[in-house]
Design a binder for this molecule. Structure first.
Ligand SMILES: *Cc1c(COP(=O)(O)O)cnc(C)c1O
Length: 353
């Protein structure tokens, strides 16, 4: 057996790859459950109340995936022939199979994002259609935070939110990694991550948050909003086949994650800083400054042709990542300092740096 295969693999492809911790498994095993289609699952009900309260909303709905959560969110805001303004590279436009158009006849109006992930306010304003039979009705502004690991500034969220309100648009946040944004923001301001999560969320009428990413639960998201909004989303979730039965085992994992895995996201962010630091200065690599748990590294110049070889080299060293010209590394619950040190060494070895 080679040394690499004897060592644990380091999976930096995504924060979705985490396995439940012993504490989380214990919470799942102990969960009280019932049939959630009858609204009888105490663990699901408790989770929905908990996340709604945490983020400052009237109600919440447990969702199997973030994609279904965004879909039900967009379709709860928009009718057929209406449209939502969204980033060109946003998950709920680009990475969800065109679901809002396919299932809801809702038209996306994608806009090119700024480098920080935001949509320029002037671009949003210019994209809002006049009330005219030629145009789809502009109904919703959908933002994403974090986007590619970047935290949208709180001041921007307030401004975009005010603009949307002034123009009569609803506001949806794809906050798959809302808690990563909150933890980074809280670290910068010296405040509480839970307070920051609420502050971010309160710039929106609805928020979708993933438990299956850095929070380390096996699956699940929550969609939060007003009671009336959640009632519409509940009907859509049923139509989408998302009415789950004894979902409490999964809700218990999510609830455990909210209690135990929010503050520790700071460790993922720190390890990402260390990885970026360790990779900087290698000729041929352009290393971004990470803000949270995601790092992009571009291969430039002659190194550009070496992407596939580098990925193979890392794989043989027991390290998984994605991307060839633009490498993506993601830290999470199942990555530790030793893993990051091994990754830095393996990349340096490849480049003889
Ligand atoms: C992961 C993710 C989602 C939802 O993904 P699922 O795999 O469907 O749970 C939505 N938005 C963003 C930004 C994401 O990263």
């Amino acid at each position: 057996m080679s040394t690499a295969s004897a060592m644990p693999r380091i999976d930096l492809r995504s924060d979705t790859v985490t396995r439940p911790t012993p504490g989380m498994r214990e919470a799942m095993a102990q969960a009280l459950v019932g049939d959630d289609v009858f609204a009888d699952d105490p663990s699901v009900n408790a989770l929905q109340e908990k996340i709604a309260k945490l983020l400052g909303f009237e109600a919440a709905l447990f969702m199997p995936t973030g994609t279904q959560s965004n879909l039900c969110g967009v379709l709860s805001h928009c009718q057929r022939g209406e449209e939502y303004i969204v980033g060109q590279m946003a998950h709920c436009y680009r990475w969800e199979g065109g679901g809002a158009a396919v299932f809801g006849s809702v038209q996306p109006q994608p806009l090119t994002q700024q480098a920080d992930g935001s949509l320029a306010l002037a671009d949003i304003e210019a994209a809002i259609k006049p009330d005219d039979a030629h145009f789809a009705k502009t109904k919703l502004l959908a933002l994403e935070n974090t986007w590619g690991g970047k935290v949208l500034p709180q001041s921007y969220l307030s401004e975009a939110s005010a603009l949307a309100m002034q123009k009569g648009l609803a506001r949806h946040l794809d906050g798959a990694r809302l808690f990563n944004a909150a933890v980074a923001q809280a670290a910068a301001l010296g405040t509480s991550p839970y307070d920051e999560a609420k502050r971010i969320a309160q710039c929106f009428d609805s928020v979708s948050v993933c438990f299956s990413k850095g929070l380390g639960a096996p699956m699940g998201s929550a969609l939060c909003g007003s009671k009336a909004f959640i009632a519409r989303a509940h009907r859509l979730r049923k139509m989408a086949g998302g009415g789950l039965r004894q979902a409490g085992f999964m809700a218990a994992a999510a609830s455990y994650a909210l209690d135990h895995h929010v503050l520790r996201l700071a460790e993922d962010h720190q390890l990402m800083q260390d990885l970026a630091q360790g990779l900087s200065g290698i000729p041929g690599l352009q290393v971004e400054t990470p803000q949270t748990n995601i790092l992009f590294v571009d291969l430039v110049g002659e190194a550009k042709a070496q992407g596939a070889a580098l990925q193979t080299h890392l794989k043989q060293a027991g390290i998984d990542m994605t991307g060839f010209y633009r490498m993506r590394f993601v830290t999470h619950l199942d990555v530790d300092r030793a893993g990051i040190d091994r990754t830095i060494s393996a990349v340096r070895q490849f480049f003889n740096a």
